[in-house]
Design a protein around this ligand. Structure first.
Ligand code: GLU
Length: 498
């Protein structure tokens, strides 16, 4: 049997997500338990949303957690490059091959036509999808239209009848009717591949034996199976892991739970505790012990023992486990060292000391004033936010809009954070001083402190957003219906700023 090779393939479009770490952990545990290899590949074909900063942050967070990969963009390997944006020519060749074999076709439909089609399908309660208009064009017609300068994409043929049975290590085959599967675009008009083409080609070229990924990809797998058949390649074994859930069993989302790995680092979760906790998501040690190391997980790993009931990512349980690590696994000296690495170090402290120096008389005034720089969520109640200039609905709207604005901010410095906050204030017709009052309480836990914008810069995006989210819960977040309306308003602010 060939050597086991697995991969994670994150798209660098945002903050490092705990879901990525969870999938990475299970891939790494499987690879190591089988004497196999673990590869990291960056899927950055979405050039608008992908950024190098996000890629770096993802790699850094995974390393912080103690994960190592045998091949990847930063460590190299025999199948590089490991960034899809650098593999463009490879995909084009394979898309052409499918055209030659008659498994794919050029499609000239404009986005206007596709929009119209989608609207009609919606109106007639039909599933959305391409209707095959261009699938029968002859080679001469295609050449003529290209000669006239018409742009085209390449789509795959998909049977309209029958069923695809998706094999899965954790389930009976999953039956999906081909009718439900869209004639997927493989190569976009700018020559970039879609996720599906790049993913299959790379998994093949990188000799991936097992694709272990989240359940949300099950509906894409028929397309992938078909592509393997078209290319006459052996398909890897598929394993779709259950998605992490919020306490109410909905898909883990940052509306209800912080999802960024960096947030957990900033509130003082130890990396080994977070890894251990992620290992408990759908999996248990044979002896039932909840506290275990990565090596113990590897030594006992049996992928078929993963249970499919949606595992709940429960921050309180994670904190409890973290407490066990602090009390049971660190001696005094190690504890001190961890604290220093975390925030009790001059690099971090020197970032806010200048702000504090102007505001104290005694050295002993410093700790109370600066305590919030070392805290997780401040202990605030609705009364702390009571403010005679801004009523509750306005405050809730304000905090929500500021939070959304800051969630999209990629340049975390004073100038940008200030511009974001001001844009919301201007939009709502609020004076800067008035609107900053609730933000002060949300971030510092008190109505007066050091400059709140400077504090937000030092605290960083994850803690800042976490505290705004926490404040919203305390003050009362806008209802679902209000949020829908607010989203429209938010688009206006976003458009105004960009
Ligand atoms: N780029 C996809 C993601 O962001 C990879 C999915 C897969 O593993 O096939 O999760």
């Amino acid at each position: 049997m060939s050597k086991v090779k697995v991969r994670i393939a994150p798209s660098p479009t945002g903050d490092p997500h705990v879901g990525t770490a969870y999938i990475a952990l299970f891939n790494a545990a499987f690879a190591k338990s089988q004497g196999g290899e673990f590869i990291l590949r960056i899927e950055d074909t979405d050039q608008v949303r992908s950024t190098r900063a996000s890629e770096e942050a993802i790699l850094k967070s995974l390393r912080w957690l103690g994960l190592e990969w045998d091949q990847g963009p930063d460590v190299g390997g025999p199948h590089g490059p490991y960034r899809q944006s650098e593999r463009g020519d490879i995909y084009r060749g394979y898309a052409d091959l499918l055209i030659e074999k008659g498994h794919a076709f050029h499609c000239f439909c404009t986005s206007d036509r596709l929009d119209r089609l989608r609207r009609e399908q919606k109106l007639n309660s039909q599933p959305p999808g391409y209707d095959g208009l261009c699938s029968g064009l002859s080679a001469t017609e295609v050449a003529d239209r290209h000669a006239k300068g018409e742009a085209s994409v390449i789509r795959m043929h998909v049977p309209r009848e029958g069923t695809c049975n998706v094999p899965d290590m954790l389930r009976d085959p999953i039956a999906i009717d081909w009718k439900q599967v869209d004639m997927q675009v493989l190569l976009k008009s700018d020559g970039m591949p879609s996720y599906h083409l790049a993913n299959v080609v790379d998994d093949h070229l990188m000799e991936i034996t097992h694709v272990i990924r989240g359940e949300e990809w099950i509906s894409s797998t028929p397309k992938h199976i078909l592509l393997y058949q078209y290319f006459e390649w052996d398909a890897p074994t598929f394993c779709h892991l259950p998605l992490l859930r919020n306490a109410d069993k909905s898909k883990l989302s940052k509306r209800k739970n912080p999802t960024s790995i960096d947030y957990y680092q900033r509130i003082g979760i130890l990396p080994e505790a977070l890894m251990n906790y992620l290992g408990m998501m759908g999996w248990t040690m044979p002896n039932g012990e909840e506290k275990f190391t990565l090596q113990e997980m590897i030594d006992n790993f049996d992928i078929t023992r993963i249970s499919l009931g949606g595992p709940v990512f429960d921050v309180a349980k994670l904190s409890w486990l973290n407490g066990r690590y602090i009390r049971e696994s660190l001696d005094n000296q190690q504890f001190g060292q961890r604290l220093q690495e975390w925030a009790f170090n001059s690099d971090y402290i020197s970032q806010f000391l200048p702000m504090v120096q102007d505001r104290v008389e005694l050295l002993s005034d410093v700790a109370p004033l600066a305590a919030f720089f070392f805290a997780g969520m401040p202990d605030v109640s609705a009364e702390d936010f009571a403010n005679n200039r801004i009523d509750q609905p306005t405050m809730s709207k304000l905090l929500q809009l500021v939070l959304w604005k800051l969630e999209t901010e990629r340049n975390w410095d004073k100038e940008h954070v200030m511009a974001d906050v001001k844009a919301v204030g201007d939009h709502m017709g609020l004076k800067l001083k008035d609107m900053l009052a609730p933000i002060f309480v949300a971030i510092t836990g008190s109505p007066r402190s050091v400059s709140v914008l400077d504090a937000m810069v030092v605290l960083g995006p994850d803690l800042t957003r976490g505290r705004l989210r926490h404040a919203l819960n305390v003050v009362g977040a806008p209802s679902k219906k209000q949020q829908k309306e607010l989203e429209k308003e938010f688009q206006q602010i976003a458009a105004f700023l960009d």
